[in-house]
Design a binder for this molecule. Structure first.
Ligand SMILES: Cc1cc2nc3c(=O)[nH]c(=O)nc-3n(C[C@H](O)[C@H](O)[C@H](O)COP(=O)(O)OP(=O)(O)OC[C@H]3O[C@@H](n4cnc5c(N)ncnc54)[C@H](O)[C@@H]3O)c2cc1C
Length: 459
């Protein structure tokens, strides 16, 4: 511990902030993977200067560095090995005071997303990024993976929240451009290189974020539809009619919805089974006197037009939470699939239904032991999550090849939100052309010539 590189690291961060590799082995790799965490050590710098010193040292000694936040990524993006160093940003978690006029806030990469949301909410402001892992995921991880989530339709993805960024290159160079301006055309927009680069181009240490006024009303409904065209017509109706206050439109195909509704609520389930599709939609507005009535009127009009077959509007915050549990709970799925294989893809809205039908038929035909296909997603962003399962791992590769091959044929994206990490690296060519991948490699070589940062991930 106190010899060689480890003692040099201790000299930078202090003994208390270096966790030895042996201790890490008792910790699971990440949210999904029970494998032990393998690394030379985990280092926790307390400032940008310390991050810079750690990186310069490792770059000089040829030691790979893998950044970690809340370890909630779903692609083994933080997997290291016994020769590489894990670098946690957890001590860089300071959150500034929101600027209520400019609608901005500065925060450290280690800030937990939910804490940041709450800090903004206390001032009547909204940080426009929200997803299930909010309680563990960090700002740095969310930016490094360009996270999306439930409200991307309204506020955009992580990229859209960032005005300024501070990050550290592999050789320790600090790039600081904590610009609070929406308009800043001073040369290349370097920050966008690091957002979504999954720790392969630089370590994000701080950001200036855009905020929004926090809505004061919320109206939530579960809708049942006779077919997919009715779903897209209803999405359009709500987007237009709600004057931009529609924040979520979460579609669920019946195999997923009915499993969760029945498992969680049994006979008390909010909608009966039998519809072709379901959606949870939510509007958050600013007019306590009118928002509820407008929402109800639009749902009523969709019912009258025959686009919506059945609807239930939440009458209390408890009922709203129950609706969201149907969308967010994965325990029943985990119990159903001994080997769970999930996909996070984008597709053109107009071709989604055809894709799901074709995939379902192809899976039954070519992977007969597939247990089921569950489909849900953030419809307004063109993002679907597919979950499948097999009794054993034997056909996992064949199943993935089938799904990604079909996504490529529909000109979709093999990663809508979760990034590439390790698990999707070998499928990147399904969504990016050879010239694009070659350009990514040139960027990597320019910014990290020794391949110090998160080697083997993304490309
Ligand atoms: C239940 C659940 C629900 C989820 N829902 C969504 C969703 O709706 N939308 C969505 O987009 N994602 C979702 N995710 C995925 C995940 O939450 C996001 O990818 C998240 O933002 C990762 O943040 P993290 O702090 O956990 O990062 P980690 O998992 O620790 O790291 C993610 C990647 O970023 C790198 N990294 C971490 N910190 C830094 C840094 N400071 N600088 C540079 N690189 C860094 C790591 O090396 C790794 O490659 C979900 C995950 C779970 C478990």
């Amino acid at each position: 511990m106190t010899s060689g590189i480890l003692s040099e690291l201790v000299a930078i961060v202090g003994e208390r902030h270096l966790v030895p590799g042996e201790t890490l082995r008792t910790r699971p790799l990440d949210f999904w993977t029970d494998d032990p965490t393998i690394a030379l050590a985990l280092v926790k710098p307390g400032s940008t200067a310390e991050v810079s010193a750690v990186l310069a040292l490792c770059d000089d000694r040829g030691i790979a560095v893998v950044a970690e936040g809340g370890r909630t990524n779903l692609n083994q993006g933080t997997r290291a090995d016994e020769t590489s160093l894990l670098l946690s940003l957890e001590r860089l978690n300071a959150i500034g005071v929101p600027d209520e006029g400019a609608l901005t806030i500065e925060a450290g990469a280690g800030a937990v997303v939910q804490t940041l949301q709450e800090r903004c909410a206390d001032r009547g402001l909204r940080f426009g990024l929200d997803f299930g892992a909010r309680g563990s995921a960090t700002l740095g991880g969310a930016l490094a993976t360009n996270a999306g989530g439930f409200q991307a339709m309204r506020y955009g993805v992580a990229r859209d929240q960032v005005l300024g960024l501070e990050c550290v290159l592999a050789d320790g160079t600090v790039l600081r451009h904590l610009s609070p301006y929406a308009k800043d055309n001073t040369g290349y927009d370097l920050k966008q290189l690091f957002i979504g680069s999954e720790g392969t181009l630089g370590i994000i240490t701080r950001a200036v974020l855009k905020l929004h006024p926090a809505p004061v009303t919320v109206n939530t409904a579960l809708l049942a539809f006779p077919d997919f065209d009715c779903v897209t017509r209803t999405l359009g109706r709500l987007r237009r009619g709600l004057h931009g206050t529609l924040s979520s439109f979460e579609i669920m195909w019946p195999a997923f919805f009915e499993l969760n509704a029945a498992t969680l609520f049994g006979a008390r389930r909010p909608l009966p089974p039998g519809a072709a599709l379901y959606a949870l939609c939510e509007a958050e507005g600013f007019e306590p006197d009118g928002d509820g009535a407008l929402f109800e009127a639009l749902v009523g009009a969709a019912l009258e037009a025959g686009d919506v077959g059945d609807a239930v509007i939440a009458q209390s915050s408890r009922q709203r939470d129950e609706f969201w549990r149907i969308r967010e709970d994965f325990e029943a799925e985990q119990a159903l699939f001994p080997v769970l294989i999930d996909f996070d893809i984008s597709l053109p809205l107009a071709r989604m239904d055809a894709f799901v039908g074709e995939l379902d038929a192809a899976l039954r035909r070519e992977i007969p032991d597939v247990i089921a296909l569950h489909v849900l997603g953030h419809l307004g962003d063109g993002n679907l999550h597919l979950t499948t399962g097999l009794p054993t791992t034997e056909r996992r590769g064949a199943l993935k090849a089938l799904v990604y091959g079909l996504v490529a044929r529909y000109r979709g994206s093999i990663s809508a939100e979760h990034g590439i990490g390790l698990l999707k690296r070998d499928y990147l060519h399904h969504s990016r052309e050879p010239a694009e991948i070659a350009t990514m490699r040139r960027l990597k070589a320019a910014l990290d010539p020794r391949g110090t940062l998160n080697p083997g991930k993304v490309i």
